[in-house]
Design a protein around this ligand. Structure first.
Ligand code: 0GY
Length: 295
């Protein structure tokens, strides 16, 4: 655990290794965040954690170090529903970043349109009680029904509430992307009950996508995260047209177990074992979600 004198925590590796795997041209890190910088973009009064600054310069340096071309920046819960830090990072990216916002469900249509102009292409609904105080499903559905054209909904929940999430997910009127596969217990293997339940969800709608992300969060066996590789590889193969990948940098709340981002990248060829699968995971699929106008 690492915290500075103001109690702000560092959850990212100071010198990540250079990955052995080389991502294909145009590769997108489709799940990452920025924290602050706090002097310009203070954290929400409701923030459940207070990280050290991890701004766009650091994110873009990591992108280049890892061999990626683009980022999808997901608004982190510590910034609440003020998306200024995310929008600032997108604006500084020279077109190489787009974003996922967290919004107050009462947001106006004009504000949604302004987010679109700033590069946002989705909203995120977070159901983790350790990160947010409440998650009003009825209000989320209302806003999901009036998103700008082409946007999708990103949902973050843990496997123990998958059953109770089903009716809500069924009612979402646009494409859905599930963060970190709904956090299944990967130690159960590819045919374990939690992976099976997640597959049942994917079978229920052809427009539910997922992120094959966060071995560091899901695999208690630790780096090199063999359980994650074993459990997730068949999923990436079977649903190859609706899966994306990201680092999750700066790894919110992982201060006790900070992953090496280079090692995370080296997981990619273990879950997407052919060049064709790697291209779908890292380029074709995220581009369909976040840069569809380039297709
Ligand atoms: C993640 C995971 C976490 C945090 C957040 O918005 C956030 O603060 O998403 C977490 O603590 O599990 O996807 O970044």
């Amino acid at each position: 655990m690492s915290a500075n004198s103001q109690g702000r925590i560092t959850s990212w590796h100071g010198s990540p290794s250079k990955p052995t795997f080389t991502p294909p041209p145009g590769a997108v890190d489709a799940h990452c965040h920025v924290f602050g910088p706090q002097a310009s973009f203070p954290f929400s009064p409701k923030a459940k954690y207070h990280p050290e600054d991890a701004g766009p310069d650091m994110l873009f340096a990591l992108r280049d170090h890892l061999g990626f071309d683009r980022n999808v920046i997901v608004q982190a819960s510590c910034h609440g529903t003020d998306n200024s830090a995310t929008l600032d990072a997108i604006a500084k990216s020279n077109g190489k970043a787009r974003g996922v916002a967290v919004v107050d469900p009462d947001i106006s249509d004009a504000e949604l349109a302004a987010l679109h102009d700033g590069g946002i292409r989705a909203v995120r609904f977070n159901f983790l009680k350790r990160l947010v105080d409440n998650a009003p499903k009825d209000k989320f559905l209302e806003v999901a029904g009036r998103l700008p054209a082409g946007w999708h909904v990103v949902i973050y929940f843990e496997a123990d509430i998958l059953d109770e999430m089903r009716a809500f997910i069924d009612a979402i009127p646009v494409r859905v992307v599930i963060d970190h596969m709904g956090r299944p217990d990967v130690s159960q293997g590819p045919d374990g009950p939690e992976m099976k339940a997640f597959r049942t969800l994917l079978e229920s709608r052809p427009d539910i996508w997922f992120k094959a992300t966060c071995p560091d969060r899901l695999d208690e066996s630790g780096d090199p995260w063999n359980d994650f590789a074993t459990a997730v590889r068949p999923l990436v193969e079977d649903y190859q047209d609706r899966v994306i990948w990201g680092t999750d940098w700066p790894h919110p709340n992982m201060q006790s177990n900070i992953p090496d981002d280079g090692h995370l990248v080296d997981m990619i060829p273990r879950i997407a074992v052919t060049e064709a699968l790697q291209r779908k995971l890292l380029v074709d699929n995220p581009v369909r979600l976040y840069w569809p106008e380039t297709l």
